[in-house]
Design a binder for this molecule. Structure first.
Ligand code: ZN
Length: 116
């Protein structure tokens, strides 16, 4: 499924409202309405749709490369690849500032499985 299109100038074009709702339905139906990275419930919070491996680093523009994210995790991850982000989060976890380890471990297992 195409989720983000690029204009001729190379600028990213946001998802249409209709397509965004379809992607949200698919991802929440499969994984629940939680941030994949920290595990917090996104029910009443702003929801971001993140490319797990960024397009700028060769990530695919498909549903298997999309994850729901809270604002904080999406900003923190920014343009990092998934592997880089995991290393960064693991550093945070060692500092015991990480809020929800179980959700994060489940997400790592899922992405590892998809890549095989
Ligand atoms: Zn988060």
């Amino acid at each position: 499924m195409k989720t983000v299109r690029f204009s001729k100038s190379g600028k990213r074009v946001p998802l249409s409202k209709e397509l965004r709702n379809i992607v949200l339905d698919l991802l929440t139906g499969k994984f629940g309405c939680v941030c994949w990275y920290c595990g917090i419930n996104l029910g009443s919070k702003e929801i971001h749709i993140d490319h797990i491996d960024p397009l700028s680093k060769g990530g695919a523009d498909t549903i298997h490369n999309l994850a729901l994210s809270c604002v904080s995790c999406n900003r923190a991850k920014w343009d990092l690849s998934f592997a880089e982000f995991v290393r960064w989060v693991n550093r945070l976890r060692r500092m015991e500032t990480f809020p929800a380890k179980d959700g994060f471990n489940a997400m790592i297992a899922y992405v590892d499985n998809e890549k095989r």
